[in-house]
Design a protein around this ligand. Structure first.
Ligand SMILES: Cc1cc2nc3c(=O)[nH]c(=O)nc-3n(C[C@H](O)[C@H](O)[C@H](O)COP(=O)(O)OP(=O)(O)OC[C@H]3O[C@@H](n4cnc5c(N)ncnc54)[C@H](O)[C@@H]3O)c2cc1C
Length: 405
């Protein structure tokens, strides 16, 4: 039995490697390496998205008829592994990975024809309008209201923690269209043009110092009824379907391996006078090996899910397990990073982004470019066990859906 890659698969891997070398400028690689927020700024990943689009590789998980590349699970794995190895910027997932599958699964032919090509090309930038003040874990209690007025819905209310709403020209949102019955039954899934009059985006700064998310206000915002996805009152079903892709539609393990290596390299090059936590300490080595084992185990499950996604299925309840483990491993890596750089973790630069030329030049004296993002990334990673549904909620879903409790 030959468990290695076939000649065709090795040729595909070489093709991906050559494509990355030809299309990813080192500057963008460097900017992504020094990105401390959860997703890169559009300036960092726009060119890479365009290159992938031109090649037909922008939406690895989509069916071929909508513009997917028609890869086998092994090709998908090789692609993601090569991207991780090279440190290509991640493509912001709210469009292609999250609302894309919902429109493919439940959208009208007109919605598919209009939104999917613009998503693929990167012309549209999406944000997610789910959470509200008071409606996070208990999302079904949401209050943002959409009232039917002829061919339009009129929306009033507010969404919060809306990642990259300040960059987005489109939002997918859950809104309340009915108060009667179960709270889940009165929810509708809509697509909103962010240029519509009555929308205000107010920034919120994260604990790590980034402007990453926002509060969004809706005052008599009129959207066409044609922007509703699926049936009125069935938004909860579509919204949960989307969350499966948010939590479990990608391959995080390969990128985590790179992050762990980066943390070790930063510590090795940090020239620490009195490191509290040394790379050559057997206990530190044991922690690193434990994280490596966790990454390997995560990858096995991710590969199983990717195999079913490439044949057109949705991730299912196992997405909660993937989200839970990926967020915990991410936090273990960033915590180790902070401990490894010792007192240098106390150096705090409040300006963003850290790769800005002026900031990079003025901070080089106090910490290396590799050390500088570590503390902010650690702080940012606190959010990983909260966004996309907190760890407690993932455990709850696993207990109900997978264990039948
Ligand atoms: C960085 C970041 C980006 C985000 N981006 C977006 C976005 O783009 N769009 C969007 O819509 N939302 C976004 N969110 C919001 C996110 O989905 C919510 O923060 C999350 O669902 C938790 O809701 P909450 O903040 O209201 O906390 P709460 O629901 O108030 O929870 C507070 C604590 O109570 C626990 N808890 C609550 N209910 C239960 C229960 N039944 N059983 C056990 N424990 C429970 C939670 O686990 C948590 O520890 C983002 C959040 C963060 C941090």
């Amino acid at each position: 039995m030959d468990l290695g890659f076939s000649a065709e698969e090795r040729a595909f891997r070489d093709e991906v490697r050559a494509f990355i070398a030809a299309h990813l400028p080192p500057r963008r690689q460097d900017e992504f390496a020094r990105t401390t927020s959860v997703f890169p700024e559009p300036d960092v990943n726009r060119g890479w998205h365009k290159a992938l689009y031109d090649k037909g590789w922008a939406a690895p998980g989509w069916p071929r008829e909508y513009g997917g590349p028609g890869w086998t699970p092994t090709q998908r794995y090789l692609f993601e592994a090569e991207c991780a190895r090279a440190g290509t910027p991640t493509i912001t997932p709210m469009g292609i990975r999250m609302v894309g599958p919902v429109i493919i699964g439940f959208g009208t032919p007109e919605q598919k024809a209009f939104y999917l090509p613009r998503m693929l090309s990167g012309d549209d930038y999406w944000c997610q309008g789910y959470s509200e003040p008071g409606s996070g874990s208990d999302l079904a209690s949401l209050k943002t209201r959409a009232v039917r007025d002829g061919d339009h819905y009129v929306i009033n209310g507010t969404k919060i923690w809306t990642t990259h709403a300040h960059h987005a020209n489109r939002m997918f949102a859950l809104v309340r269209t009915d108060d009667a019955g179960r709270k889940q039954d009165g929810i509708t899934f809509v697509l909103i043009d962010m240029d519509t009059p009555g929308i205000t985006v107010r920034p919120i700064r994260t604990i790590g110092g980034e402007h990453e998310f926002n509060q969004v206000f809706f005052d008599d915002v009129r959207i066409p009824v044609a922007n509703r996805v699926g049936e009125e009152g069935r938004g909860w079903t579509y919204g949960k379907y989307l969350l499966e892709f948010e939590r479990g539609g990608g391959l995080a393990a390969a990128r985590m391996r790179r992050e762990l290596a980066k943390a070790e390299a930063a510590a090795a090059g940090a020239a620490l006078s009195a490191p509290s936590c040394r790379l050559d300490d057997p206990l530190v080595q044991a922690r690193i090996i434990e994280i490596e084992n966790d990454i390997d185990a995560l990858e096995m499950t991710e590969l199983r899910v990717i195999s079913s996604l490439q044949t057109g299925q949705n991730p299912g309840a196992i997405s909660s397990m993937l989200k839970l483990r990926a967020s915990e491993i991410k936090q273990a890596i960033t915590r180790l990073g902070v401990e490894l750089i010792g007192a240098q973790a106390l150096v705090w630069e409040s300006r963003r982004p850290l790769y800005d030329d002026d900031i990079a030049a003025s901070t080089r004296e106090i910490a290396s470019p590799a050390v500088m993002p570590i503390t902010s990334s650690y702080l940012n990673s606190r959010a990983h066990t909260i966004f996309g549904g907190s760890s407690e909620i993932q455990r709850d879903i696993m207990a109900k859906m997978m264990l039948g409790l």
